[in-house]
Design a protein around this ligand. Structure first.
Ligand code: SF4
Ligand code: SF4
Length: 503
């Protein structure tokens, strides 16, 4: 992942903006670490064994563990020659060539020990199997994708754990996409349920036209029981309420941006949840960014694709990504960087989009995307601004860093931002996964696994001083609330309260 200062200088935005974009106007705040996952190059060593004849008669080197040397270099590094292999699709019919990534796996099992699903579910074979091993199996014979790929929650912790930059989540996404496309019965209850869950935006957009009625209906006794019996959506959770006014409707009603500033522009990717369920997060973001003199743009947008990736609905995800990329590239052309208040949305735009799709401008979108608090920590003096904090009363929070925040190097940002603020107590509740992973914990058959994974976090929250939770991820927030009964806030809400902003 590249930082703001590492942008491709030949992007559309820079051509349109003549180099005078936001990054040139204000420099990164000193002391903020380089963000993002380890991008050390994959290492491929040709196999010494018998050449393998692949479909179509091409002679290709076999991808075996015997052909893989140390991922961090070694005495044989002179033999490395990535030009000696032919690119192949990961799985027939796919567009991706992940061979060099697969060959980088040296079976250290760090990914397996970091996997929260494998830790509580003995039947889940773990990320090493789902990634490099399944890739090899699939290449050699006409193997089906193993159905256990649907038990991967797409938390992406294995990406972070791999010392060899094996693109595990990319492999999982591709395998899951193929499993759903070719092996899943389209009339099955599981497929229909997963399609509904991953297209939350479609149903939320309808419900938000009549939010009171939708909330009444989902709260009726027996509504969740019915959802479980008919669709396989767990009846153990409470459906999150729809806001009586969406963020976009509020934005239109207020007349859009109140600050005009061509030198400091951000385009807000609010995602589905901040728009339909928690517009207070988006409103806090607007107050904070306008306080720092930013002109906020709110481009048309669709779902980031996060729930679609997790359910193997790659065609749906691509359709949404095409709209998002087109609109966000236009905003970049206006001199804006993209900010998201949901860490899964920023993860998707930054990492999953360019890994999975080849849409024109997608690299520009990836390079210009930031999580909102991350952006302020890079470009503004938050510490100085918070020195005049005006909180009326002491507030204590139990903070959980979402897995997708970890993957972007953001796991400490909230604690570091607020720990020295007068009147705020903030405690990190540890590095465990919340267990819900978007739609995962909403599935009847995954609910128990989801709650087992979340146990450690619930326990730590209960031991923390604060009885209000805090996180950047809307579904982690659901799980935190479900497991503890606490109210949950987004860091932007506390920031909006703590800064000297006129109401
Ligand atoms: S993405 Fe998460 S659940 Fe899936 S294999 Fe990796 S660590 Fe396990
Ligand atoms: S952490 Fe990386 S190198 Fe180690 S087993 Fe997993 S994929 Fe292979």
């Amino acid at each position: 992942m590249t930082g703001h200062d590492e942008r491709d200088t030949t992007t559309d935005a820079d051509r349109i903006d003549d180099g005078d974009n936001a990054g040139d106007v204000h420099e990164p705040h000193p002391g903020v670490p380089t963000l993002g996952r380890d991008e050390q190059p994959s290492i491929f060593v040709p196999d010494d064994g018998e050449p393998e004849v692949a479909d179509g008669g091409d002679e290709r080197s076999a991808a075996t563990d015997g052909g893989v040397k140390s991922a961090t270099g070694g005495s044989d590094s002179a033999e490395l020659d990535p030009t000696t292999y032919d690119p192949v699709d990961v799985f027939p019919g796919g567009d991706l060539d992940l061979r060099d990534g697969a060959d980088s796996c040296y079976k250290c099992t760090s990914c397996d020990t970091s996997c929260p699903v494998a830790a509580v579910d003995d039947e889940f074979p773990g990320p090493k199997f789902q990634g490099p091993e399944q890739w090899r199996l699939k290449r050699k014979d006409d193997h089906d994708i193993d159905a256990s790929i649907t038990s991967c929650s797409n938390c992406m912790r294995c990406d972070d754990a791999c010392p060899s930059s094996v693109p595990l989540s990319q492999m999982h996404n591709e395998a899951r996409g193929q499993f759903v496309e070719r092996q899943m019965e389209k009339l099955s209850r599981e497929y229909v349920r997963n399609r509904i869950l991953s297209n939350y935006r479609f149903f939320a957009s309808i419900a938000s036209k009549v939010p009171r009625l939708a909330n009444f209906a989902t709260n009726l006794p027996g509504a969740m029981w019915l959802a479980e019996k008919t669709l396989g959506v767990t009846g153990e959770r409470e459906f999150p309420p729809f806001a009586t006014q969406t963020f976009r409707s509020w934005w239109r009603e207020r007349g859009g941006a109140q600050v005009e500033n061509p030198d400091k522009r951000v385009a807000y990717f609010h995602g589905c949840y901040s728009n339909y369920n928690t517009p207070e997060v988006g409103k806090a973001m607007v107050r904070v960014f306008e306080h720092f003199g930013y002109e906020v743009l709110v481009p048309p947008q669709k779902c980031s694709g996060t729930p679609m990736f997790a359910n193997g609905m790659l065609k749906d995800a691509r359709r949404h990504a095409e709209t998002n990329v087109e609109e966000l590239v236009a905003a970049i052309g206006e001199g804006a960087d993209i900010i998201a208040s949901c860490t899964s949305c920023s993860m998707s735009l930054r990492q999953e989009y360019p890994e999975l799709f080849d849409i024109h401008g997608i690299e520009d979108v990836s390079n210009h995307t930031f999580e909102a608090l991350e952006y302020l920590r890079i470009y503004e003096d938050l510490e100085g601004a918070l020195a005049d904090s005006e909180l009326d009363e002491e507030r204590a929070f139990a903070y959980h860093a979402p897995c997708h925040a970890r993957n972007q190097g953001l796991e400490r940002q909230a604690v570091e931002t607020f720990r020295d603020v007068d009147g705020v107590v903030i405690e990190d509740v540890g590095d465990s996964c919340s267990g819900i992973s978007g739609t995962y914990g909403w599935k009847k058959e995954k609910y128990e696994t989801s709650m087992k994974i979340g146990e450690e976090m619930f326990e730590h929250m209960e031991h923390a001083e604060g009885d209000v939770g805090m996180t950047e991820c809307p579904t982690c927030a659901m799980q935190m609330e479900h497991g503890t009964g606490y109210e949950i806030e987004h860091p932007l809400q506390l920031l909006a309260d703590a800064l000297p902003i006129d109401a």
